[in-house]
Ligand binder design. Structure first.
Ligand code: SF4
Length: 276
């Protein structure tokens, strides 16, 4: 965490309504900023912060209290952690905000979908195992190295995390994003084979796109010293290849972010009643 500025801040609201494909839910970001500092990150274009991306994290230290209050006012639906930060980036080891918010969500019986690049998620296995409905996703791009993702753990480590989660019965998925069509620094077939071996249930591929994310495009081009447009060519072909590989290894290709419905909850309750 060299040169990382951490600020403790207080938030007034947390939950934001999220529509995703045919599903809906909420998203909550307990941190502002992300010390993983991925060079392709779309978040700088959303939050417009003058500080260098990757160099700052604002920890919303009152998140558990705010979340508890907000959950009392909304209908039960899946809460996605997180859409504009990594809930398990390094400061979480100290602040435990995500952990304390999971405790709040567990107590109120809300389903949770997590997306992270960090092995720290394993710290909260004790809580995750107690949710009726939980999904944990790991993000994997086609450029999984320190130049493009300076604060992120190695690809092998992330695959180990997926294995560990699956081994204790937690349903896992992978956000295979961004896929940079002309920048594939990993053997895609071997990667997908390893994901299948790690017990991953679905993989959701996403091509890098900078339309509408000008700040992110500028950041990417400045850091890499490369115009981004030529790197995007051949997106449809690479997507078709990935989908073919997913079929070959029997991996579901639909998005797992918010695939929860009240019907599933009733089913769980029904099963619970019958199992007593
Ligand atoms: S982990 Fe996610 S939020 Fe953090 S810098 Fe990387 S892409 Fe952005």
């Amino acid at each position: 965490m060299r040169n990382l500025q951490i600020r403790e801040v207080r938030c007034k609201t947390l939950l934001h309504r999220l529509e995703f494909g045919g599903s809906s839910g909420y998203t909550a970001n307990f941190y502002r900023g992300c010390c993983h500092g991925c060079v392709y990150c779309y978040v700088p274009s959303l939050i417009h912060d003058e500080r260098d991306w990757g160099s700052f994290v604002d920890a919303k230290v009152n998140s558990p209290e705010v979340l508890a209050m907000e959950l009392r006012q909304v209908q039960k639906n899946v809460v996605f952690l997180s859409s504009a930060t990594d809930p398990y980036q390094a400061p979480e080891a100290r602040y435990m905000i995500t952990r304390r918010c999971l405790q709040v969500l567990l107590k109120r019986g809300f389903p949770v979908s997590i997306l992270t690049r960090s092995p720290l998620v394993l710290r909260d296995l004790d809580l995750l195992k107690r949710f009726d409905w939980v999904r944990v996703g790991l993000s994997i791009s086609t450029v999984p190295d320190k130049f493009y993702e300076p604060g992120v753990s190695s690809l092998e480590r992330r695959i180990d995390v997926l294995k560990r989660l699956s081994s204790v019965g937690i349903q896992t998925w992978v956000s295979l994003a961004p896929v940079v069509p002309q920048l594939i620094l990993t053997d895609l077939e071997r990667l997908i084979e390893k994901l299948a071996e790690a017990g991953v249930s679905s993989v959701s591929p996403g091509i890098l796109r900078f339309q509408g994310y000008e700040e992110s495009k500028t950041m990417f081009e400045r850091i890499t010293g490369t115009p981004s447009a030529p790197l995007m060519r051949g997106g449809d072909e690479i997507l078709a290849r990935v989908q073919g590989l997913l079929r070959r290894y029997s991996l579901d290709c639909s998005d797992e972010l918010l695939r929860w419905s009240a019907a599933e909850e009733y089913l769980n309750l029904d099963q619970f009643a019958r199992s007593r």
